[in-house]
Design a protein around this ligand. Structure first.
Ligand SMILES: Nc1nc2c(c(=O)[nH]1)N[C@H]1C(S)=C(S)[C@@H](COP(=O)(O)O)O[C@H]1N2
Ligand SMILES: [Mo]
Length: 370
């Protein structure tokens, strides 16, 4: 299924290790950063992220799709292979959900050394409202066979990665794919998906890091063996080395983020805040696990206090937290951390891995109070 190539087509960026030190940024990282924008952290103020502020991650090119001609193919170990039009899919049971999406590479550029790739700091997030139909229904209609162990989702976008020519592909076990909340989504925030978010149809896997939510879906295939494509076997592994197998990256780890208070310095983004009462606020999430607490430190991490948690609206969406701070003149570092329902606390520094995945180390905001 995966198209292997023995050819090395393109030069390597950097010294060949795949890693970069803490100084500077390669032009190629900047090129990726300009294609894949992040959500400015002040947009944490919106309960539902406006479409134009939601982060983007596109490995290759945004494919051109003619929705009239487009069909979703459902194939492999099924009794009745399907070819569905967008209208066919829109007639199926419809569900709308707010879902926090986060790229597995969020925090990558805060690791030292860092993997040469999309250099996210903290902004690879968004919480849109997605509408679609459960994957479950389509697999049942196609008559998925008992011999199927995984479902492979293939996008229309093709590129070269790790010297392999490939379509973007990810798989899920049948059990995960059959969960109620897993959608084939055709609307974002009440509008048809925009090109950059997967028009006309994408997978939406709430609670998992974003790589699983395959955009520009072309086909869904039930298979008898765990799928070993590049994006499963090579990328998205927690590993200490470039080629170590490591553990698969799956669920979103706990994270809280703060709207940087006051006003920014243009260059450093450090903050200037007026002394007095300041309401610190932001959002917190932990994939499908849910948040139990959010804590704030206004003294660089020496002491922590509980923040107040808002309603948990959607089980897969973020929650608001707030904390009243009496700011006194001087310099300080503000921190915020989330604890998930299993008691996992965001670390100050997350354990390093080669790909730069799952770095939920706490946010630090440098502030001058005047
Ligand atoms: N077909 C396809 N699907 C894809 C990708 C891609 O490059 N191609 N990127 C994945 C990654 S790594 C992430 S984080 C999310 C980003 O979704 P968004 O751009 O809608 O925020 O889409 C995922 N789905
Ligand atoms: Mo991602």
């Amino acid at each position: 299924m995966e198209q292997k190539s023995a050819t090395k087509y393109f030069p390597t960026v950097g010294d060949g290790s795949g890693l970069a030190g803490t100084e500077g940024l390669y032009k190629e990282e900047l090129q990726l950063a300009l294609r894949n924008r992040g959500m400015p952290l002040e947009a944490l103020r919106y309960p539902i992220t406006p479409t134009g502020l939601h982060y983007l991650l596109i490995h290759y090119d945004i494919p051109e799709v003619n929705a009239e001609k487009w069909r979703l193919k459902v194939a492999g170990l099924v009794g009745k292979p399907l070819e569905l039009t967008l209208d066919d899919i829109k007639k199926l049971p419809r569900r709308t959900m707010a879902v926090t999406m986060e790229c597995a590479g969020n925090g990558r550029a805060l690791f030292a050394p860092r993997r040469i790739s999309q250099p996210w700091l903290l902004e690879a997030i968004g919480n849109a409202e997605w509408t679609g139909t459960p994957v479950q229904g389509i697999l049942q209609e196609a008559g998925i066979r008992n011999s199927a162990v995984e479902i492979v989702f293939t996008g229309l976008d093709q590129g070269v990665e790790g010297d392999q020519v490939q379509f973007y592909q990810r798989s899920l076990t049948v059990n995960e794919a059959m969960r109620d909340e897993v959608l084939l989504a055709y609307e974002m925030n009440g509008e048809p998906l925009p090109p950059q978010h997967g028009y006309p149809l994408r997978l939406l896997m709430p609670g998992w890091y974003g790589m699983t939510s395959v955009k520009w879906l072309d086909r869904i295939e039930a298979v008898a063996e765990p799928f070993q494509g590049y994006q499963m076997a090579r990328a998205y592994r927690y590993s200490q080395t470039a080629d170590g197998p490591g553990e698969a990256v799956t669920l979103i780890r706990a994270r809280a983020l703060m709207i940087p208070p006051g006003i920014p310095d243009f260059m450093t983004r450090n903050r200037l805040v007026e002394a007095g009462s300041v309401t610190l606020t932001g959002k917190a999430w932990a994939g499908r696990i849910g948040i139990s607490d959010v804590e704030v430190s206004v003294d660089g991490g020496s002491t922590w206090s509980k923040a107040e948690l808002g309603e948990s609206g959607s089980p897969y969406g973020w929650r608001t937290w707030t904390f009243l701070w009496t700011a006194t003149p001087g310099e300080c570092v503000l921190l915020v951390r989330a604890i998930d329902a299993y008691g996992n606390m965001q670390p100050i520094d997350q354990e390093w891995n080669f790909g730069g995945y799952g770095n939920n180390g706490v946010q630090r905001v440098n502030v001058i109070v005047r």
